[in-house]
Ligand binder design. Structure first.
Ligand SMILES: Cc1ncc(COP(=O)(O)O)c(C=O)c1O
Length: 491
């Protein structure tokens, strides 16, 4: 195929040159109806390109195959059999993949470090999760993806499980041994879904960790807005092999997706693929070199510790690390990542990626350069100098690895949709959660519907909230009370 083409962008350019007079959505009609104050901020071009996909950019029957062509180019670029674009983020793509593999009451092996969108998929579909423990780094209070051996053991115990889902890279950039996990799945005759939301760039440079399809995965879900240069909400899911039927996958996506996909999002995905095919190698050569320099400069600071492969990879830890996720432990400064992140934003106009109880992280991409690296380093230098002002930080009680794992007592769907009650947080231990409780970022639920809450996890959430942790999905935003299943014999 001709990878210099960009069918959606080209069709949009043709539309701009010869616009339709439209009597169909969107109602702003290429911006003519948009409020001038809105146009002043968003720019007229955003509205000009916000064109109905089918029946606008393409005709009523999509006879020009514009989207199909763009998806086929993406599939060829990365070596997948099929690629589907989605305008609803990986939050939707990952659910589509799950529903294509398992149905109500069927089992799916899932790494317990899954994103909340995966848990939402379990709730919606009534899938029975078989949790696979991540590899916990007890010293650093961090979870890396589960090992292949853990998936093998889970398949041995649950031979009827329909497949497996693993998150790799994690938001901290650490990767599973995907080839080994895929081998375990295929030995069981089951598909592997990889939530590669953080890995859109991986196919495009050999110095980056192996991407899911090269490792033998069957379905791979990616957020192109996270590490790539597509617009927010842009996601793709790729398919390879014959363990998942493409028609089933498409129908599951259709069940969940919008009937009004954004042409802006499709166009940005199309442009990203062409950019990566033509320039990805050079862009990531530069980004990886920059990441190396940034890491060395942070390592020279007194206090912060920048994590590399030596900390995160090896036996019982992760298989690989994306060096573009620059994770910095600041616990030696005597403060929390929440405080440090807020301080860097208010004093240095810096917006960081992850801030947790002891870390901050800077996500670097091909869009960074010496100037953004200097701004980051200047902020970090002054953070070190100002650390005394950020002390003492409230302590977060992080339980040890074994204590973070709660017992799944009910199906997530039953706990979520069944009768519930709101109890004061002090009375929650022993009760069964009926909601997700997700420290954000990174968005991995500390507790989820159907799990029996215990003192440790409740205290982690309570102390975390007091220290600045966000738990956006709890029914009570103040986290003074928790939603639990009603009358289920808890204390
Ligand atoms: C591991 C993981 N999977 C899925 C998602 C959902 O992606 P999106 O924001 O594109 O919906 C996220 C979002 O942070 C994530 O971290």
């Amino acid at each position: 195929m001709d990878q210099s083409q960009a069918p959606v962008l080209e069709a949009l350019a043709a539309h701009h040159a010869n616009p339709l007079t439209t009597f169909a959505p969107p109602g702003h009609k290429q911006g003519r109806g948009a409020d001038p104050r809105t146009l002043a901020t968003l720019g007229a071009d955003v509205f000009r390109s916000d064109v109905l996909a089918t029946g606008g950019l393409d005709d009523r029957t999509a006879s020009r195959g514009i989207l199909e062509h763009a998806q086929a180019l993406m599939a060829e670029a990365v070596g997948a059999d099929r690629t589907f674009f989605s305008t609803c983020g990986s939050s939707l793509s990952v659910k589509s993949a799950m529903l294509a593999v398992a149905g109500p009451h069927e089992e799916l092996l899932v790494g317990r470090d899954a994103h909340k969108s995966v848990v939402a998929g379990l709730v919606l579909a009534g899938i029975r999760p078989v949790w696979v423990d991540p590899q916990w780094d007890a010293e650093r209070h961090l979870a890396h993806p589960p090992s292949a051996a853990s998936f093998r053991a889970a398949f041995a115990e649950h031979p009827d499980a329909r497949g497996a889902l693993v998150t790799s890279p994690t938001p901290y950039g650490t990767c599973a041994d995907l080839a080994a996990v895929a081998e375990v799945c295929h030995a069981a005759g089951r598909p592997l879904i990889v939530d590669e939301a953080w890995g859109a760039h991986l196919p495009f440079h050999p110095r980056l960790p192996t991407w899911a399809m090269d490792a033998g995965a069957d379905v791979c879900v990616t957020s192109v807005h996270k590490m790539g240069s597509a617009l927010e909400q842009s996601s793709v899911f790729h398919l390879r092999g014959d363990l998942v039927d493409p028609a089933v996958l498409k129908q599951r996506e259709d069940l969940l997706g919008t009937t009004s996909p954004s042409t802006l999002v499709h166009a940005a995905l199309d442009g990203w693929r062409r950019q990566m095919v033509q320039h990805g190698r050079a862009l990531y050569d530069r980004a990886l070199d920059l990441a190396g320099e940034v890491r060395a400069r942070i390592a020279a600071l007194d206090g912060p510790h920048v994590h590399g492969r030596e900390d995160f990879c090896g036996e019982g830890l992760a298989a690989d690390l994306d060096p573009l996720q620059v994770i910095v432990d600041i616990s030696a400064l005597g403060t929390t990542g929440y405080r440090a992140g807020d301080w860097l934003r208010s004093h240095h106009q810096l917006s960081l990626h992850l801030c947790d109880h002891r870390r901050i992280s800077a996500q670097l991409t091909h869009a960074d350069d010496a100037a953004t690296a200097d701004a980051l380093l200047a902020g970090l230098c002054e953070l070190v100098a100002a650390a005394a002002d950020l002390r003492p930080a409230p302590e977060v009680h992080v339980p040890g690895p074994g204590r973070l794992r709660l017992e799944q007592v009910l199906l997530p769907r039953d706990a979520f949709f069944g009768p519930t009650e709101q109890v004061p947080i002090g009375k929650a231990p022993g009760r069964i959660a009926a909601e997700m409780l997700t420290p954000y970022p990174p968005g991995i639920p500390a507790a989820l519907p159907g799990e029996r809450l215990d003192e440790d996890v409740v205290e982690y959430l309570r102390s975390g909230r007091a220290a600045g942790m966000l738990v956006p999905d709890s029914a009570d935003p103040a986290l003074e009370s928790l939603r639990v299943t009603a009358g289920n014999g808890g204390r």
